[in-house]
Design a protein around this ligand. Structure first.
Ligand SMILES: *Cc1c(COP(=O)(O)O)cnc(C)c1O
Length: 418
């Protein structure tokens, strides 16, 4: 069950007009859907006082979208200096920002301190590198062999992220020794997880670990951050998460923790995909047909607009506007000189004509954001279907001038000493 029937009902009748006005290709996001999903998340976890979602900025780093999310009360999870700047640009204050970087540089620590945020440290070795230890500190935990992870994030044992089990207590002790007084605990083990049991297991794992760390150090936890990773149904036969049921089990686990320990930590999430993923589509026009050993439909977008199929073999459902579902098998391809520049491989699709509009579903997270310029391919524009029914351009397409921007600089040529 990819893009919602509501989004289709709002978008499809006006899609030709939008394509005519703005040109193709473009990603278009549905403000109403994003707001609804955000509100449903807040409601679902309402049973844990102080619950907060910190939207993972990397999923859809557009200030217009971040402003919508801030409006419904979300904070932001950032992991780079530009992401920090984006969050601050939409008015996020220090306690609205989690900084979950890894392999953190001195410049990143400086940018995090300048303006403030909640620091989420990825390693024990970073404790002495924090220029000024804040009062509130969090560590990202890596459970290692205790958990199996999944395809996007990798197996925890092999993943570069987080503090290991044997280091985690020392990490809090080291932060305490440098003056930290308030603490959070974080992990991010899975991504695009549709199995509620695996998400619940993460909550149990962190709550149990919090008890162990407390017993050894005497500290208590102000918040437990379960990370992102809530999955969305990309395929027609994927079963969506039942959010209220999932939230009620996790809420129960938090309250049992409170019964045992005499206090209730806040629950933080940093979902990206779940919030915006289904509420965006990539709209691209058919420009060529080719029939060799198989059938190819050539469109005016390339993987510079959407990397997930090429990078992970990810499935994105495709609809041809005003044509039935299904048909003969075809590959839907862009123009990059890379054979993985395909939005779909051997997909049943109806007969198409040049000029037809293809809707590639579920590009609202990790879509435009992952784009790149390899092969001189420029990233497309982003549009917003606003709650008031207007369609607003929220990022222009890249131009040749953008491509050449980094080739304009002050000449500099070092003559090394001999
Ligand atoms: C990417 C990422 C997220 C968001 O992941 P989703 O799968 O989009 O929910 C959250 N936290 C961290 C640290 C991440 O790297």
């Amino acid at each position: 069950m990819p893009m919602s029937a509501d989004f289709q009902r709002r978008l499809f009748p006006i899609l030709r007009t939008i394509a005519g006005h703005f040109g193709t290709p473009f990603h278009i996001y549905d403000e109403t859907g994003i707001r609804d999903t955000g509100q449903r998340l807040i409601q679902a976890f309402g049973g844990v006082p102080g619950f907060r979602e910190f939207f993972a900025v990397k999923a859809l780093p557009n200030p217009r979208i971040l402003a919508v999310l801030r409006d419904i009360g979300f904070g932001f999870d950032c992991s780079s200096i530009p992401e920090l700047a984006l969050a601050r640009q939409v008015g996020a204050a220090s306690d609205d920002i989690l900084f979950t970087s890894n392999n953190t540089s001195a410049a990143e620590f400086a940018a995090a301190a300048d303006g403030g945020c909640i620091l989420n440290l990825d390693d024990l070795s970073l404790v002495p590198k924090v220029p000024q230890m804040p009062e509130l500190i969090c560590f990202r935990y890596n459970p290692g062999a205790e958990r199996t992870g999944n395809a996007i994030i990798g197996r925890p044992e092999e993943a570069k992220f987080g503090v290991s089990r044997s280091q985690i207590v020392d990490a809090y002790r080291a932060a305490q020794a440098r003056g930290a007084r308030r603490f959070g605990l974080h992990t991010m083990i899975v991504s695009n997880e549709l199995n509620a049991g695996n998400l619940i297991q993460t909550a149990h794992l962190l709550l149990a670990l919090a008890e162990v760390i407390s017993a050894e150090t005497g500290i208590t936890f102000e918040f437990i951050n379960l990370g992102g990773g809530l999955g969305i149904p990309y395929r027609l036969d994927d079963t969506p998460l039942e959010l209220p049921a999932l939230a009620s089990v996790i809420t129960g686990a938090f309250h049992r923790f409170a019964d045992r320990n005499g206090y209730l930590p806040r629950l933080f999430l940093e979902s990206g995909r779940y919030i915006t993923g289904p509420h965006g589509v990539l709209v691209t026009r058919v420009i060529n047909h080719k029939q060799t050993y198989r059938r190819f439909i050539g469109v005016d977008a390339s993987m510079s607009a959407l990397m997930r199929p090429g990078m992970y073999g990810a499935y994105h459902h495709i609809t041809v506007l005003d044509k039935p579902e299904g048909g003969l098998l075809a590959d839907v391809v862009g123009s990059l000189c890379e054979n993985n520049d395909k939005f779909a491989i051997q997909r049943p699709l109806p007969a198409t004509e040049e000029g037809d509009l293809l809707i590639i579903h579920d590009t609202g997270a990790h879509g435009h954001a992952m784009g790149f310029n390899y092969n001189g391919r420029l990233r497309p524009q982003e549009l917003l279907l606003r709650a008031d029914g207007r369609v607003e351009r929220i990022r222009r397409a890249e131009t040749l001038d953008d491509y050449f921007a980094t080739l304009r600089f002050e000449p500099d040529c070092l003559i090394p000493p001999d």
